[in-house]
Ligand binder design. Structure first.
Ligand SMILES: Cc1ncc(COP(=O)(O)O)c(C=O)c1O
Length: 305
């Protein structure tokens, strides 16, 4: 990932190397931060390439909801949107990644965040990603954090220790970890949601123990437009054997086929037909090539002229 020119920090644009924090920052010691990962795609308009942010408002709504979940005073979405549009333009990004973070800073040491200053920064950098075509998952021995322990739908920095443990536990044995929830049902991959396919129906773990991914949501819509229905339900690991296909969804890796889980082939062990249709369909959608959906879901696209 390359550097951007500027980072927006606590109300100002500062040079990339000047965006610094104190070593006693709460987020560093106790994980008091919330963040988002958002993509900018190059969208062709005639001979021009227009940088276009995908689902900006939905990411920002999740961001301010996460802020509220850790008792931060939420910031208006409109304010954050304006800053982000300006930052992407200032940094000259066409194909890239945006990382807003809100975190508790430093005033005193102590675990409880009450009264600590809230800092917000937004970075935006060029990022033409390499997308894996397919991958193998392995079920981690670590369970996803329980909704009895944390507010599970918030995207809190501290929670990602759970994803790190899971990733470390499958290192060298698979491309990514699959996490079960506290009751033993399938939850999600370390940093992506999971779908299974049987015939023309998609199955994905229902909300309650997962991060409700925006790519997950977009895929449910896209699938509907292709005539595939999605069932959101609790899925047991023992059900995996009956599915024809599987794939993960996430902002960073878009739609990625899963060809093996725990060394067992999913279907014939190749990228499935439905997965291929949705992978290409999503790639077209975010890059402005799906004429019908790009029109119907205009609010998903923020163009920067
Ligand atoms: C734990 C987890 N699940 C799922 C996702 C996918 O979410 P989205 O599609 O909004 O990027 C992410 C990525 O942010 C994640 O960190």
């Amino acid at each position: 990932m390359k550097k951007g020119k500027y980072i927006w920090m606590n109300g100002k644009f500062v040079k990339w190397n000047d965006a610094k924090v104190h070593v006693l920052t709460h987020a560093l010691h106790y994980g008091g931060s919330v963040y988002e990962g958002i993509r900018v795609y190059p969208v062709r308009e005639g001979r021009k390439v227009v940088p276009t942010i995908f689902r900006l408002d939905d990411h920002l709504k999740r961001f301010v909801n996460s802020m509220a979940d850790i008792e931060m005073k939420p910031v208006p979405v409109a304010r954050l949107r304006k800053v982000i549009m300006e930052l992407v333009k200032k940094n000259g990004i066409k194909d890239g990644y945006i990382r807003p973070i809100a975190f508790y800073g430093y005033e005193r040491l102590g675990i409880y965040w009450e009264g600590l200053p809230v800092q917000i920064s937004i970075a935006a950098m060029p990022w033409g990603v390499y997308l894996p075509k397919e991958m193998k998952l392995k079920t981690s021995k670590w369970r996803r954090l329980s909704p009895d322990s944390v507010k599970i739908e918030a995207k809190v920095g501290g929670y990602y220790i759970n994803s790190n443990y899971a990733t470390a536990s499958v290192k060298g044995q698979a491309d990514e970890a699959l996490l079960l929830d506290h009751d033993g049902f399938i939850a999600e991959a370390a940093c992506a949601n999971i779908f299974f396919v049987k015939g023309k129906t998609l199955y994905t773990p229902k909300r309650g123990t997962i991060l409700p991914g925006l790519t997950r949501d977009s895929i449910i819509e896209l699938a509907r437009s292709f005539g595939f229905k999605t069932v959101e339900k609790k899925i047991r690991p023992s059900e995996i054997a009956k599915f024809d296909e599987a794939f993960t969804t996430g902002t960073a890796t878009e739609v990625t086929a899963v060809v093996k889980i725990d060394n067992k082939k999913i279907g014939n062990g190749k990228v499935g037909d439905v997965t291929a249709v949705l992978k290409d369909g999503f790639s077209d959608l975010v890059r402005g090539q799906n004429v019908h959906m790009n029109k119907a879901y205009k609010k998903w696209f923020h163009k920067i002229y």
